[in-house]
Design a protein around this ligand. Structure first.
Ligand code: UD1
Length: 432
């Protein structure tokens, strides 16, 4: 077991380049299953979730060539739904494995996989995914911990999602690209990665219109060809580094991003009195002591992303006054606040609302990452805190952040990863 040791309370300064979007790549990889040729994907982040997904595709029968610098060539022609049993463990451990249902249904008209896992942030049903597949003509049911879906043929249909769901929107899109006729997904999610996956499918020859709006129309095609595609930058990782500048009162140029995707966070930082400068593909964040308190309500895109509410809570701990977070997307996304309490945070939770009374500082403690974005929040808290912070549960952080320690060190952070068995005090401080 490993842990991170951070000696905080030092401003981070410099430039950081953001890698490809995890949640876009996790849809693009299974989308390759639908192609009749090889696909070359560029800007894949080097993170555990992507390595695991590639391993799943390989077990299913895909030929995968890992090229350098985040480029991968995938030939999924030999993928067969019957091979999924060899990947059950990996499928069970990952939320985005649910995209195998849409992709395999689209390709083979049959799929049987374990129910997906993922971060423990409250109930995460897949009823809207299933409703979509059923509308397309599939028989779908859950039995013995598995999702089973089969169809003679898939026929286009209109599907109104009861909740705005990123996963259901993408999954139905995957199943519908090769269905006969026209499918309309109404009340669709508009997240940047929904658009990215639609762009990838269109480049392969799909006919998808309206991605990024509330109604997506998909006219089925018979074949999808190969293509070369570059994954968009990661909105949530970019937001994490923007917040790293804010919580350390530093000055960071966050590069290789799409600034428009950052609008909900940039606006909130500005409201808190933090300066930002926007460039074509970068944002500079100049932190300031005692930022103003703020209220955040998470919402589907273009609202404030739920995946940034945990990192944002750290800034609120340092703010001047009372801040609130209303979590509209997931039922149980405040567990991490117990860890921030250990660092001196003054927080209370009432249902879906958290109140944070900022007192200008956090103090180092031994804390753990309870899920991926909670992990990012713990790192930010450690960077901001006075004294030494030790963070356990790094498996969560490694799922979604490429080279996090190296990137933070290059910005001036005192951070190192050690085996949890080692006594941190014995480690030469220079290696941190
Ligand atoms: C995706 C992201 C996750 C992000 C979330 C919201 C991936 C791999 N994960 O998760 O990082 O936090 O979007 O932006 O891309 N719901 C239902 N029934 C369904 C599906 C969803 O009730 O069939 C509910 C969920 O419980 C939740 C809400 O809808 O309350 C939104 O969930 P959804 O957008 O589907 O999130 P995920 O796709 O799981």
């Amino acid at each position: 077991m490993e842990k991170l040791i951070i000696r905080g309370n030092r401003p981070l300064r410099g430039e950081v380049t953001i890698s490809g979007a995890k949640n876009a790549a996790l849809g693009i990889l299974p989308a390759c299953i639908l192609s009749d040729e090889k696909c070359k994907i560029e800007n894949l982040p080097n993170i555990k979730d992507i390595q695991n997904y590639i391993s799943i595709l390989t077990r299913l029968g895909a030929e995968v060539d890992m090229l350098s610098n985040g480029r991968t060539c995938i030939d999924a022609q030999k993928i067969n739904y019957e091979n999924t049993s060899s990947a059950h463990e990996e499928i069970r451990n990952m939320r985005a494995s649910y995209y195998l249902i849409g992709a395999l249904l689209g390709k083979c008209k049959r799929v049987e996989i374990p129910l997906p896992g993922g971060c423990d942030i409250g109930p995460r049903p897949i009823d809207q995914h299933m409703k979509g597949f059923q509308a397309l003509g599939a028989e779908v049911y859950i039995e013995g911990g598995k999702v089973i879906a089969k169809a003679e043929e898939l026929l286009g249909a209109t599907i109104f999602l009861d909740v705005v769901s990123v996963g259901a929107t993408i999954n139905i899109m995957l199943a519908a690209v090769k269905a006969k006729g026209v499918t309309a997904i109404e009340n669709a999610a508009k997240e940047p990665h929904v658009v990215d996956i639609a762009n990838f499918l269109n480049l392969m020859g799909a006919n998808i219109k309206g991605a990024g709006t509330e109604v997506i129309r998909i006219t089925g095609v018979e074949h999808l060809s190969g293509c070369t595609y570059m994954v968009i930058p990661d909105q949530i990782v970019a937001g994490t580094y923007m917040l790293a500048a804010a919580v350390t009162y530093g000055d960071i140029l966050v590069k290789n991003i799409i600034p428009k995707h950052m609008d909900p966070l940039t606006a909130k930082l500005n409201e808190m009195g933090i300066l930002t400068e926007e460039y074509d593909d970068a944002i500079r964040v100049i932190g300031k002591e005692n930022p103003k308190a703020a209220n955040v309500k998470t919402a589907p895109y273009p609202g404030f992303p739920t995946d940034l509410q945990q990192p944002m809570a750290v800034l609120m701990c340092l703010a001047d006054g009372v801040s609130t977070i209303h979590e509209n997307v997931f039922e149980n996304r405040f567990k991490y606040l117990d860890e921030l309490r250990k660092m001196g945070a003054n927080v209370s939770v009432n249902g879906r609302t958290a109140m944070i009374i900022g007192n200008g500082k956090l103090t180092g403690s031994v804390i753990k990452a309870t899920d991926l974005r909670a992990g990012a929040a713990m790192v930010l808290a450690g960077l901001a805190a006075e004294g030494k912070t030790e963070i356990m549960g790094l498996n969560h952080i490694d799922r979604g952040y490429e080279d996090m320690e190296e990137k933070l060190r290059s910005l001036g952070a005192d951070i190192c990863r050690v085996s949890a068995k080692e006594d941190a005090d014995e480690i030469d401080h220079e290696v941190c």
